[in-house]
Write a protein that binds this ligand. Structure first.
Ligand code: PXL
Length: 265
């Protein structure tokens, strides 16, 4: 199976393509990458980072790929640096996704009810138009709010269902309970074990593992529970091993969950 991961390269901070490649590979996929930007670190918590948008290169890369006749079983998109890139990803989907291929969008916008640096409501509205082309979207609670204007998870999920057949809100807190909620013939919920604190890069680990499970044909409920288990173990390990949370999740020693699951696939 061949997957295209569209995301940035943050050289330090374990997110986006630096986690997509190992995680999707652990799921047994051939992973090609379309980098959207090159940064010295991600933008969440570091100051003074470098940022090189790759719009011009993305276009040239895709023009070359067309001469190779490349087509993908699954395309997963993450951090996009500009509204022009959102439009470009729509074009990439049209040109390179197999007819029966799956499009997964992680609408990276923010967390803790704040936009990441450089994003605003207009950008969120454009991201919504990309979500409308997806089979699965993976907003966190903050992103679901930015996409719908709804604070309540069920109300947000209802609106997201109007955009895409299978929205998944990856982290919801309600009265001290944590769960993810998703659409699968009705609203479904999966309880999550919670650890206090902000674990940077968890959304990217989630999106990559989820995309790898779906690419293997796993049913939605099982894909979400395996993904949630991987994330939980990685977060638990990170809480034990890492002082500075902006350096991302220590997920590497948990990848066997994926390699074991997919070794005979
Ligand atoms: O983890 C999401 C993410 C991806 N890429 C970049 C980011 C962030 C979040 O801060 O800054 C560049």
């Amino acid at each position: 199976m061949r997957i295209l991961a569209i995301n940035d390269i943050s050289c330090v901070g374990k997110c986006s393509l630096t986690v997509a490649l190992p995680i999707l590979s652990a799921c047994g996929a051939t992973v090609d990458i379309l980098p959207t930007a090159l940064l010295s670190t991600h933008t969440g918590g570091f100051t003074g980072y470098t940022f090189l948008p790759l719009d011009g290169e993305m276009k040239k890369i895709c023009d070359h790929w067309e001469t190779l006749g490349l087509k993908y079983d699954l395309i997963v998109s993450g951090y996009l640096g500009s509204r022009a890139q959102i439009e470009f990803v729509k074009d990439v989907r049209r040109r390179f996704l197999k007819e029966d291929g799956v499009f997964v969008v992680d609408p990276v916008l923010g967390e803790n009810f704040k936009f990441y640096s450089g994003f605003d409501e207009g950008f969120a509205a454009d991201m919504g138009t990309l979500c409308a082309l997806a089979d699965y979207i993976l907003p966190n609670e903050t992103e679901a709010f930015f996409l719908t204007g709804e604070h309540d998870a069920s109300a947000a999920l209802g609106k997201l269902k109007g955009l895409c057949p299978h929205p998944v809100i990856t982290s919801v807190e309600q009265g001290g309970d944590y769960f993810l909620c998703y659409e699968d013939g009705g609203e479904r919920r999966l309880p999550l074990r919670h650890l206090e604190g902000n674990f940077h890069g968890a959304g990217d680990v989630f999106a990559s593992a989820f995309a790898g499970c779906i690419a293997n044909g796993m049913p939605l409920e099982r894909a979400l529970s395996l993904t949630a288990e991987l994330c939980h173990r990685a977060i638990e390990r990170t809480a034990r091993e890492v002082q500075d949370r902006k350096y991302g999740l220590n997920y590497e020693r948990e990848l066997y969950l994926l390699t074991d699951t997919f070794k005979n696939a």
